[in-house]
Design a protein around this ligand. Structure first.
Ligand SMILES: Nc1nc2c(ncn2[C@@H]2O[C@H](COP(=O)(O)OP(=O)(O)OP(=O)(O)O)[C@@H](O)[C@H]2O)c(=O)[nH]1
Ligand SMILES: [Mg+2]
Length: 426
């Protein structure tokens, strides 16, 4: 009897053992090995966000379909790839992977010194994260000196598109022959005394003249139709859900901005006189239905100093290379104000866009949130900011404050201001 009950105890223990083994094996399928662990070689092993297909031990199971390569190209018909412009449009939330669809013949462009490397790295990272990692547009870098190996290495590693590096020829970054060096020097000394920002700088003047008249004619830029200018240390605060280059092209836009303001008159005392002379000599270049109302409060007699802030621009290179713009730049350059005063490329571009383009060819991007010290454009409208996952402080939005010209732009164009603008006036 004792031997018999010992046998039963052995049977029961054995049954428990089998059950325990069975339980351990079946539950081990849910253990994800190496999730987020550091591998011994130092590489961070990321568990794919999509769970691996459950192991069915079926060798005949259909293998996962390979992902289709994105359809990308200049030759695709835009009508087959409508852009998602609002959260209700299909594809709005598709912010992963490379975006299918046509591309515009366009590039980012940056003028920079080698010493700007970490400031431009920051800008590139923002542009890539918020937009370009899905579109892979090229990036052209321009410099009056050769770019060094570090600049090229770091920027190439951050850009998703092709990178190109160009050295600016001397004639685009020097005093033209007709400039009287003594007169220019006296101006710089006087501006230094009056503490006018960059008033004593020669290189700043070359930079402004280059951005006004030459960046779009550099050999590397000749291959492109549209550009997006990016400066060091800018911020982009919201996701960009559609391709602004395509928006520009498909809507026949030639120039765009996010911030506008009044220029320091000390830097451009005679600019408008030169512009008026140009208008008289070249009436053929002045567009009908232009934005004179944005630039002048008295029908063109005087300049109200409003300009688009050109450290952000998306625009048409073909327009800048047109006879109209070329004649305009040459007329201004002859008058010498880049050196005898301190004309900035912002008023120079803005006046050209205001006079030589039709009103409808200009565009204000409310949905591209932007910062360049010291001004912020943070989209007006809480709903818009949430939809675009913006991280800017709406109180800092400059658009409707007293020193901005954006209200005027809306009025000249008969546009309705975005909801909530009244609460952001101070
Ligand atoms: N290669 C080169 N680039 C320059 C030089 N000076 C300015 N830049 C670039 O030209 C652009 C405008 O210059 P900034 O110094 O940013 O001028 P700003 O925006 O008016 O003034 P900040 O408030 O200083 O930004 C930037 O992309 C600079 O990197 C220069 O001497 N050489
Ligand atoms: Mg700047």
């Amino acid at each position: 009897m004792a031997a018999g009950s010992a046998r039963y105890v052995r049977y029961i223990l054995f049954a428990f053992f089998v059950l325990a083994v069975f339980y351990f094996v079946s539950s081990s399928d849910n253990i994800e090995p190496f999730k987020g662990q550091f591998k011994p070689n130092g590489a961070h092993h990321e568990t794919p966000s999509k769970p691996a297909p459950a192991s069915t031990h079926d060798s005949a199971a259909t293998p996962e379909k390979p992902k289709q390569a994105p359809k990308v190209g200049a030759d695709l018909n835009p009508a087959d790839f409508p852009m998602a412009m609002t959260p209700n449009d299909p594809g709005w939330n598709d912010l992963a992977g490379i975006k299918d669809g046509p591309r515009v013949n366009a590039t980012f462009v940056t003028l920079a010194r080698n010493s700007d490397i970490w400031d431009i790295a920051k800008s590139i990272r923002q542009v890539e994260d918020r937009f370009n990692r899905r579109y892979n547009y090229d990036w052209v870098f321009l410099n009056d000196k050769p770019f060094d190996a570090t600049f090229k290495k770091v920027t190439t590693s951050l850009c998703s598109g092709k990178t190109h590096y160009g050295e600016i020829p001397r004639e685009h970054w020097s005093f033209p022959e007709h400039i009287d060096q003594n007169k220019a020097k006296k101006v710089r000394e006087d501006m230094a005394q009056r503490k006018i920002i960059y008033g004593d700088s020669i290189s700043y003047r070359h930079m402004c003249r280059f951005e006004s008249g030459f960046f779009f004619r550099q050999p590397l830029m000749m291959n492109y139709e549209y550009y997006w200018r990016v400066e060091p240390s800018i911020e982009l605060y919201c996701d960009i859900h559609y391709d602004p280059f395509r928006f520009m092209k498909e809507n026949n836009k030639k120039y765009s901005f996010v911030l506008s303001l009044y220029e320091y008159i000390e830097t451009i005392p005679t600019l408008w006189d030169s512009v008026k002379k140009f208008m008289k000599n070249h009436p053929e270049h002045i567009a009908e239905g232009n934005s004179m109302g944005f630039l002048s409060d008295d029908g063109g007699d005087s300049y109200n100093k409003c300009h688009f802030w050109s450290n952000f621009e998306i625009g048409s290179l073909e327009w800048l290379r047109s006879k109209a713009y070329t004649d305009y730049f040459e007329a201004l350059d002859q008058d010498g104000g880049f050196f005898y005063e301190r004309w900035g490329d912002a008023p120079v571009h803005s006046i050209a866009a205001g006079l030589m383009l039709k009103k409808e060819e200009l565009h204000f991007f409310n949905d591209i949130a932007y910062f360049h010290v010291p001004f912020t454009h943070c989209p007006t409208g809480e709903k818009t900011r949430q939809q675009l996952k913006c991280h800017c402080n709406p109180k800092e939005n400059f658009d409707w404050k007293g020193y901005s010209c954006t209200s005027r732009f809306f009025e000249v164009n008969g546009l309705e201001k975005p909801e909530g603008w009244e609460n952001q006036q101070d």
